[in-house]
Design a protein around this ligand. Structure first.
Ligand SMILES: [Zn+2]
Ligand SMILES: [Zn+2]
Length: 776
């Protein structure tokens, strides 16, 4: 029997074909395996049962670093002439280097050190014993060192290192066959420590022991990681952490901690099977985990309920954690600026203020921050990952679309401005760039401006068979990303911010219509006001705004983003509620009142983020965002505490939820009014349990969401709901909305591939632009 098997995913540059050949031998199959633009195609001939077991194993087993998305098995399509297959056994067809004009190539992201390399690293008898840059065909840096395709030694920054005879031999067969990052103590890049004290240089083992000593003594060092420079310090030393915060300009946002093993993490955090799977995955993301106990200095995680934990992604990190166990590892930059990849730039910026730099001489071509995700658990126990930042370990993996984009169009989406990313789309896939950050910062803007042409070069967009290019941006006239899109040439399209959020969920689920609920910080609306709590009827790339929370006039735009007292004041003032004493002093109140009355520096906003800030402040939970979302996160924590301390069925009974819900219908839009809810929360802030009130607030928002969705279903017949926007990072709100909507028969979707925050927008822009194009 003969079959054609197609494996779709990140299966190139990871030693996938040798893996297939080995597996084919195990099942005694003849045939061949070849790369075809993002797909590995296998022709297998042999016993029918064995072919099907072989395909099953391809579905469940794959080499470290590869990501298999689809395995198709087809007996009928396999009608090549007999002679094409080498009957003596199984053949690996060499890549021709030719590109398929119909596909964006698939290239793997940087791959965390694999178990076998990890073993070799600590095996005294191995020739790479304690070689910090150890890698193989299935692990090591990939995208961060790639100049262009095809992936070869010469097209990476490994090109300046010539292989020693032993490495050269290993390059020809075995588990380092064609491993472009192959190197060793004799021929590869070597680790160096430059002491901050006296500028002395230490090499190899001395470098590692000096770096370890400095951290143990309470010092801060720079480490050249895979995707850029990082800063590392002990999490047990309060003064060191304080110094690190000053150095980075990072007030209170918790630091991520690198651990030596999952077993170690489990001492301090709850780790589910799925969380473990992600921690140990080849991407090695930071996973936000619920704390069991917090052994660290109090200024590492502060009063956060979670610890951002992760495992070593390279030999350098592994050798450090081996000695030091836990280690703060954070990006080596000033907060808000991009990660630094250049040795000189990093040294110029930090050498005087830190205690040493551990680095090596291989260049990094593009910054890739550590990815951050958390596992979301719905009430019925379903678990899935939700990205907060998608970068190292995931980018540039494409998302494969169930239905391809319109033929011969290259889409380039420029995203929004905060937490930005861009994306390119062609054929059956969308490739989203790494997280860049806030485009207000000139260095972030410059980085994105440089990286898009790099993507175009690597993915050979010029080579694709295209008839036109469409450049897509947000509608906001002041966004820097929109200016970049203007400069791009080709057709130009603008997509409304919250519509794009919903588009990112529609893309993940191949939807062409839905009711979209976008709860977000801010985004520019079609009526030139700031939107942020939107109910949208989305059909074929267009939308209708069918509802939104009441717009409130907010004074002091920039300051109001951080200072929740301003948001609280404006919301209460709008509802005609007396402002409690703990919110602003008398003269500040007077100034704000005057500003609102005279319309000075005032804008209208329906942003859900501001409402969460306001409530967090009214309840006395948090009144200042020292990092984005702080007030909302702390409000969520209070609600969660309440949930945990109560039996589920008496929660709702004790709360006057339905009395607090008021939805007006005005000008064909559903407009929930917050007056009653805010009045209740203000009156009871000092009388009732804060956790209960925080939960009541989340519950009312979810109930309102349900009610508006019910009305919209009645009106349109649509039964699919997409939830997106930064506010849905809030797991209490997401799970409440999901439960209520599902109970009423809705099918509920939310982001699982793209971040629910503004980084996800670029993907949504492409998907919606394509739905529009398909109408033409
Ligand atoms: Zn390896
Ligand atoms: Zn070598």
């Amino acid at each position: 029997m003969k079959a054609l098997i197609r494996v779709t995913g990140a299966v190139q540059g990871v030693g996938y074909r040798p893996f297939v050949a080995e597996l084919a031998n195990k099942y005694e199959l003849r045939g061949e395996v070849k790369n075809l633009g993002g797909i590995v195609e296998i022709t297998a001939e042999g016993d029918g049962d064995k072919i099907s077991s072989f395909a099953d194993e391809l579905r469940t087993n794959s080499p470290s670093g590869s990501i298999v998305l689809r395995v198709s098995l087809d007996y009928s399509k396999c009608n090549e002439p007999e002679g094409q297959i080498d009957h003596s056994g199984f053949r690996i067809v060499e890549s021709s280097g030719e590109f398929d004009k119909n596909y964006l190539p698939v290239f793997p992201p940087d791959i965390g050190i694999c178990p076998t390399c990890m073993k070799e690293l600590l095996d005294k008898k191995d020739r790479r014993y304690r070689y910090p840059l150890i890698s193989c065909a299935s692990c090591g840096p990939r995208f961060s060192i790639l100049k262009e395709l095809p992936y070869d030694r010469e097209t990476t920054t490994m090109d300046v290192f010539s292989m020693c005879p032993v490495c050269e031999k290993e390059y020809r067969s075995g588990r380092r066959r064609h491993a472009q990052t192959i190197s060793c103590h004799d021929c590869g890049p070597q680790i160096v420590f430059r002491s901050g004290n006296d500028g002395d240089f230490f090499e190899k083992e001395d470098a590692l022991s000096q770096a370890t000593r400095v951290i143990r003594d309470g010092g801060i060092i720079g480490i050249k990681g895979i995707g850029g420079y990082q800063l590392a310090a002990s999490p047990y030393n309060y003064d060191t952490v304080k110094r690190l915060r000053l150095l980075k300009g990072r007030e209170q946002k918790p630091f991520a901690v690198m651990f030596d093993s999952v077993r170690k993490i489990e001492q301090f955090c709850f780790v589910s099977e799925l969380e473990k799977k992600y921690l140990e995955s080849s991407a090695r993301p930071i996973v936000l985990l619920d704390k069991k106990e917090d052994p660290f200095a109090e200024n590492v995680c502060g009063d956060s309920r979670q610890i951002g934990g992760f495992l070593p992604s390279s030999g350098v990190h592994r050798l450090l954690t081996l000695e030091l166990s836990e280690l703060i590892v954070t990006s080596g930059n000033i907060s808000g600026e991009p990660m630094i990849t250049d040795d000189t730039v990093f040294a110029d910026k930090f050498m005087d203020s830190i205690d040493g730099i551990l680095y090596y001489e291989r260049d990094i071509l593009r910054p890739l921050d550590d990815s951050v995700l958390q596992i979301y658990r719905s009430e019925d126990g379903y678990e899935c990952p939700r990205f907060i930042r998608r970068a190292r370990g995931y980018v540039p993996l494409p998302m494969f679309l169930e239905k391809p984009l319109k033929d011969k169009i290259l889409y380039e989406a420029y995203g929004a401005d905060l937490k930005n990313s861009f994306a390119i789309g062609f054929g059956d896939r969308i490739i989203q760039s790494q997280f860049f950050g806030d485009m207000e910062d000139y260095s972030v803007l410059k980085l994105q401006r440089n990286e898009l042409p790099e993507f175009e070069k690597i993915f050979r967009t010029d080579n694709l068979s295209t008839e036109k290019k469409i450049a897509i941006s947000d509608m906001h006239p002041g966004y820097h990303s929109a200016v970049l899109a203007d400069e791009a040439g080709g057709e130009r399209l603008k997509i409304q911010h919250h519509h794009a959020h919903i588009g990112s969920v529609m893309a993940e689920n191949a939807l062409t219509e839905c009711i979209g609920v976008a709860f977000d910080g801010t985004g520019y609306g079609t009526d030139n006001t700031i939107w942020g709590s939107e109910f949208l009827i989305c059909r074929s790339g267009d939308f209708e705004r069918a509802g939104h929370f009441k717009s409130v006039r907010i004074a002091g735009s920039d300051e109001a983003m951080k200072n929740a007292e301003i948001s609280a004041f404006c919301y209460l003032y709008d509802s005609g509620i007396d402002i409690p004493d703990h919110i602003l002093n008398e003269s500040e109140k007077g100034l704000l009142k005057a500003a609102l009355q005279n319309n000075i520096n005032v804008h209208k906003s329906s942003g859900m983020g501001r409402l969460f800030d306001a409530v967090s402040c009214i309840l006395g939970v948090c009144n200042y965002n020292s990092y984005e979302g702080e007030c909302a996160i702390k409000l969520q924590n209070k609600a969660e505490d309440y949930l945990k301390s109560r039996k589920s069925d008496d929660i709702v009974k004790n709360l006057p939820i339905s009395e607090l819900i008021r939805i007006n219908y005005d000008n064909e839009e559903y407009i929930p009014d917050m007056q009653k809810l805010l009045g209740y929360l203000t009156d009871n802030a000092n009388r009732k349990d804060t956790g209960m009130l925080a939960y009541a607030f989340h519950n009312v928002i979810a109930q309102i969401t349900l009610r508006v969705c019910l009305k919209l279903r009645e009106m349109t017949g649509l039964n699919s709901i997409c939830l997106s926007g930064g506010v849905f990072t809030n797991r209490v709100l997401l799970s409440l909305c999901e439960r209520l909507l599902v109970n009423d028969g809705f099918v509920v979707y939310y982001n699982r591939v793209f971040p629910t925050n503004d980084q996800g927008i670029s993907a949504g822009q492409i998907y919606l632009a394509d739905l529009k194009e398909k109408l033409n």
